[in-house]
Write a protein that binds this ligand. Structure first.
Ligand code: UD1
Length: 382
């Protein structure tokens, strides 16, 4: 019997961890594939990192690159250099990357340059906005990956339009939704809102971290003031991302995000279960996060998306998300519609069924088996 193929599963930033967990679970039961978890260290705070590994039962990383924060070039370069050194020392048969963060593109690039094939989970999403760092990461990763695992039909269309051959693409569904479905009962039982003195469906949740919303002091100040005005009508829980906290301090509006306010409740980044609990029980979510657009769609919670575009159009077409950008007038109009009950309900999304991790594992196994057959044919033919 041939020895199992070894694959590196790469994770680095918070949104990667929810996607990694179901794939680890699906691979754990297989004898034809062995995995190693590689953590780049892009996110490192307890609240952005360790707590997710603990809550989601992800084994400790086999390798930690400890790159930390930095400019895009510095962070990406550090990951490239350190992951390449690991690949040279302990070469895997393939590298699997997730999502669209800097760790995704950097590890994909390091691997392909050494002739190691790359699979991309959450491939094909496009916002068509190249001012977003994630869009650049998505385009580059998909251009060099040789297995593209897609969450929603738009991803298939985008890849086909870009000329990717059909045999490289597979619609597998959404692994992040596997995690949501697995932990929803625990999250509902947790009733995190009650610990903040709030009743289910009597409050909203806010998250903001995109550079386009938080890096410019004037934009961030306007947004925070607008949201704060909504809290007079509906209490809001704002889980403040470290990037947003730092930017608010620089803009001189740190006190607006101080803890201890009655109706504009500012807390730090939430652990996975607590966040899911808050979102599932919310009347509305205000966000610029791609993941939350998808999660609210599955939970049927109205989502006011503070972006001008989305790489996840299914959340608009079939989900509960509406794009409103960051103009206070449009934000107020959306909030009025929501309060007046003028909001669409979401529909089921095919393959967002809690089994995507298994489909990813099957696709990886089939892909690696084909590759190893091709390699042996070439060797025998020589
Ligand atoms: C990154 C991803 C983004 C994702 C987001 C989720 C990229 C280009 N961006 O954005 O797509 O939606 O993660 O959170 O990869 N910081 C801490 N503690 C940490 C990590 C970061 O305090 O554990 C602070 C640092 O000041 C750092 C800043 O947050 O400079 C930004 O971190 P970074 O990883 O560069 O980008 P995010 O904004 O988190």
């Amino acid at each position: 019997m041939s020895s199992p193929a070894v694959i590196d599963l790469v994770a680095g930033a918070r949104p990667n961890f929810m996607k990694l967990a179901p794939v680890v679970r699906a691979l754990s039961g297989r004898s034809d594939l062995r995995y190693r978890i590689v953590h780049t260290g892009q996110h490192y705070d307890e609240a952005m990192n360790d707590v997710f590994f603990a809550q989601l039962g992800i084994p400790a990383p086999d390798v930690h690159l400890e790159v930390g924060s930095g400019s895009h070039a510095v962070q990406t370069a550090r990951i490239l250099e350190r992951y390449e050194a690991h690949l040279i020392e302990r070469r895997p048969d393939a590298t699997v990357v997730f999502g669209d963060v800097n760790s995704t593109v950097a590890c994909a690039l390091a691997a392909v340059k050494l002739g190691i094939p790359v699979a991309h989970v959450e491939a094909g999403l496009r916002s068509f906005d190249r001012s977003m760092p994630e869009e650049i990461n998505r385009l580059l990763t998909d251009a060099i990956a040789s297995l593209l695992l897609v969450t929603e039909p738009s991803g298939l269309e985008n890849l086909r339009r870009e000329g990717v051959s059909e045999d490289k693409i597979k619609l597998v569904g959404n692994v992040m939704i596997d995690t949501l479905r697995a932990y929803l009962p625990e999250a509902r039982a947790k009733q995190t809102a009650r610990t903040l003195g709030l009743s289910p469906k009597q409050y909203g949740v806010v998250t903001l971290h995109r550079p386009s919303n938080v890096d410019d002091p004037a934009t961030l100040t306007e947004l925070v003031k607008t949201l704060r005005s909504f809290s007079e009508e509906l209490p809001l829980v704002f889980a403040v991302h470290p990037r947003t906290r730092a930017s608010a301090e620089r803009a001189g509006i740190g006190p607006l995000l101080a803890p201890g306010q009655d109706r504009f409740i500012c807390v730090g980044p939430q652990p996975y279960i607590e966040n899911l609990s808050l979102v599932a029980d919310a009347a509305v979510v205000f966000t610029d996060s791609g993941g939350l657009q998808e999660e609210t769609t599955v939970l049927g919670v109205p989502c006011i998306t503070m972006r001008d575009n989305t790489e996840r159009p299914i959340t608009i077409e079939r989900g509960s998300s509406r794009l409103v950008g960051n103009d206070p007038g449009r934000l107020r109009a959306a909030f009025r519609d929501l309060r007046a009950g003028r909001w669409k309900t979401s529909q089921e999304i095919p393959l967002w069924d809690g089994r995507a991790g298994e489909r990813v594992a099957d696709a990886l196994a089939a892909w690696l088996a084909t590759r190893s057959n091709q390699t042996s044919t070439v060797l025998v033919g020589r």
